[in-house]
Design a binder for this molecule. Structure first.
Ligand code: C5P
Length: 221
């Protein structure tokens, strides 16, 4: 129970950005990686709040699940809790853009094409990074090209302590499916690349790293 006494947030799953009462923009995230991490952290004694977009998964034992839909709702749920937390793992696939206007009635089709204007969402991880103080912040990067450079850049920009990189070039890694192939990169320049393994095995590696991070530091808040 090495994480006993720690309060950790985990974001997971996709966000859903409404266009009108029946349509939305979203992505292929299943939430499996975030749920596996939340469960693993709880097994080690942490109090875990899992801030989850819409998924088909049951909350792991001992984890408090907070359901959200949009990026804005996820932002609020994280920011409400982050000041009390010892750290956060940002696993969610948050939409970067959301419809600038949400129609209150169903959009009607016309003869021609339809143009939808999108506006930027808030970057939850970056905002947490700005206010993290001594808290742990772990980010994810799902990349298709220049994987390591992009992940390093993300880690620095968002003030992550470490980042979990998955490449969509690796078969079996990323969104759907029960396996992942992760590379852990830390702010000190350490890089550990792991083989293709189950998402629960990858969650064990990430939780090990989180434990090590806390054991190197006496106080976090
Ligand atoms: O820049 P990019 O979206 O690829 O960064 C990925 C990391 O940032 C992930 O940890 C993801 O959960 C987090 N993120 C976030 N809020 C956003 C966009 C990304 O928390 N609006």
């Amino acid at each position: 129970m090495s994480l006993a006494g720690k309060y950790l947030l985990v974001t997971a799953g996709p966000t859903i950005e409404p266009l009108d009462p029946v349509r939305f923009l979203s992505n292929h995230s299943t939430g499996k990686m975030g749920y596996a991490i939340a469960g693993e952290l709880a097994t080690r004694g942490a109090r875990v709040a899992l801030i989850s977009g819409r998924t088909n998964l049951a909350a792991p034992a001992g984890v408090e699940r907070i359901d959200v839909l949009s990026a804005e709702e996820m932002y609020r749920a994280v920011m409400e809790r982050f000041p009390q937390a010892d750290g956060a793992v940002m696993c969610a696939a948050v939409a970067d853009y959301t419809p600038a206007q949400v129609s209150t009635t169903k959009l009607k089709k016309g003869e021609g094409d339809l143009v939808i204007r999108l506006k930027r969402t808030k970057d939850i991880a970056a905002e947490a990074g700005r206010t993290k103080g001594g808290r742990l912040l772990v980010g994810f990067a799902l990349e298709t090209d220049h994987e390591r450079d992009n992940a390093l850049d993300k880690m620095r920009r968002k003030h992550f302590d470490f980042i979990v990189l998955n490449s969509l070039r690796d078969p079996g890694a990323g969104f759907a499916g029960d396996t992942n192939k992760i590379t852990l990169m830390d702010a000190q320049g350490g890089i550990d690349e792991y083989p293709l393994e189950t998402k629960s095995a990858a969650a064990v590696r990430i939780a090990d790293r989180i434990e090590r991070w806390f054991s190197d530091r006496p106080a976090t808040r």
